[in-house]
Write a protein that binds this ligand. Structure first.
Ligand code: RP5
Length: 233
């Protein structure tokens, strides 16, 4: 449409100024429509097409990993969740990496416990950024709490397995069981491309700030002893 407006200028040389104004306005309107359409399109894309892949080594990890899903849901970002075990389904690692690239995932969040090879192995197979979640609690499939087993090294095993990747194949690693942070970091990565996420992230920060202020006010009013007995009753 830039070309057609220029042609019109050449034709109507007598009434140049008014034509410039009206055609400029048309261009501005068209740009606004295009911007609006691209905004709506990218919003729809984020909501409908999973651009984040969440994977975990075992169903035992789902209790921790669902926190990544929760925050993505809060921001209305579609994600696809699967179990891919580095040790029990090793061939699926390469398959999944290819699948993620074919489906144009922008980020992969991979959580695993114990000898946690999943995030690193996925990162070795793809150029998609991988966020690793070291998981401490595992074998908690039983209903009885007393049957729960915990990682022998309290999550340090998976933390080091994930974070200590050799040069050339990085995994951005969050704290032990901090799947929510992985979700949030994925949103920050997406916000480089989907800029409409930026005001939402700013709002999220603001609400964090405000909730701390509200708690601080309450603490100041009631005093530490009353505050604690109310908060942890
Ligand atoms: C890891 O082994 C998984 O990521 C999980 O955290 C841990 C235990 O898995 P289950 O034995 O409970 O299936 O591969």
């Amino acid at each position: 449409f830039f070309f057609s407006s220029r042609r019109r200028h050449t034709r109507l040389q007598g009434d140049w100024s008014s034509d410039v104004c009206s055609s400029d306005l048309k261009i501005v309107t068209r740009i606004q429509i295009l911007l609006k359409a691209s905004y709506l399109f990218s919003n729809l894309l984020l909501k409908k097409k999973p651009l984040v892949g969440i994977i975990m080594g075992s169903s035992s990890d789902s209790k921790v990993m669902h926190n990544a899903a929760k925050i993505l849901d809060d921001f209305e970002i579609a994600h696809e969740d699967q179990i891919v075990s580095a040790h029990r389904t090793p061939t699926r690692i390469e398959e999944y990496a290819k699948y993620a690239e074919k489906n144009q995932f922008r980020v992969i969040i991979a959580g695993a416990g114990g000898s946690a090879h999943l995030p690193g192995m996925i990162a070795s197979h793809t150029i998609i950024p991988v966020i690793g979640v070291p998981i401490m609690v595992y074998n908690d499939k039983s209903e009885k709490k007393s049957d729960f087993k915990f990682s022998a090294f309290g999550g340090m095993d998976s933390l080091l397995s994930i974070v200590e990747m050799p040069n050339g194949s990085p995994v951005a690693t969050v704290g032990v069981n901090k799947a929510a942070n992985a979700g949030l970091y994925a949103i920050k990565i997406l916000s480089n491309e989907f800029t409409e996420l930026r005001p939402k992230l700013k709002k999220f920060k603001e609400s964090q700030h405000n909730s701390v202020l509200a708690e601080s006010d309450e603490l100041k009013k009631s005093g530490l002893v009353k505050f604690v007995s109310k908060k942890f009753k």
